[in-house]
Design a protein around this ligand. Structure first.
Ligand code: ADP
Length: 203
């Protein structure tokens, strides 16, 4: 895995197609799809939620800082999230395509990603936006609560996460729409059907 050891090349070389961001409300299946796409294409998936959960499991300092936020279904403060993403990106060559999953979730994070990308010779190439009706999201989130025992999947927390998404993350979609980067993909259908739609949108 050369991308995890090589230092970022800031000499102005950018990856040809740019990085990808996968977005969509909680329960839309972002994580599953991001994993499939990254694996089949050799991209690096950077899932901020997964990284935070991993720190919590390993009981690191970062883990203890973010645990409460995840349990309440609230966003981790931007400065903490941005610092973590910066550290991750520092280990990835700019020629390796990154698929951001769960980041950026606020306009401040999107602005920070632009600054980081400039600094590191990267750029955002496209935003894949997964869309599904609210009933489908609720059904999936409630199902996952039982299957995975995630602390942030109780009914109250689920409702809170959907609300936080509407308030904080909708504006991020507009931020990228203004730059013509957003590609909408329906998240209704089977997992492979949705992967195929995303594959096409990412080309
Ligand atoms: P989902 O896609 O189901 O919303 P994630 O795994 O992406 O779940 O995120 C789980 C939790 O991790 C969020 O509810 C939030 O507390 C925290 N988190 C993940 N990414 C971010 C981010 N970019 N900014 C702030 N908090 C985040």
């Amino acid at each position: 895995m050369t991308e995890s050891v090589s230092a970022p090349d800031t000499s102005g070389i950018r990856s040809t197609d740019g990085d990808l961001i996968i977005m969509g409300p909680p329960g839309v299946g972002k994580g599953t799809q991001a994993k499939a796409l990254a694996q089949e294409n050799g991209w690096v998936q950077l899932s901020t939620g997964e990284v935070f959960r991993d720190h919590i499991r390993r009981q690191t300092d970062l883990g203890s800082r973010v645990k409460g936020y995840l349990e309440r279904g609230e966003y981790v403060p931007d400065d903490v999230t941005i610092r973590m993403v910066r550290a991750k990106l520092e280990d990835i060559s700019p020629s390796t395509r990154v698929l951001f999953d769960g980041f950026p979730r606020t306009v401040a994070q999107a602005e920070a990603l632009d600054r980081l990308s400039d600094e590191m010779g990267r750029q955002v190439g496209a935003v894949l936006l997964l869309d599904a009706p609210r009933e489908a999201l609720l059904a999936r989130l409630n199902g996952r609560a039982t299957a995975e025992h995630r602390a942030d999947d109780t009914p109250e927390i689920i409702a809170n996460r959907l609300e936080v998404y509407e308030e904080q993350t909708r504006p991020v979609i507009s931020y990228y729409e203004d730059r013509g980067l957003v590609k909408r993909v329906s998240a209704v259908g089977s997992v492979p059907e949705i992967t195929a739609r995303l594959r096409e949108a990412a080309e």
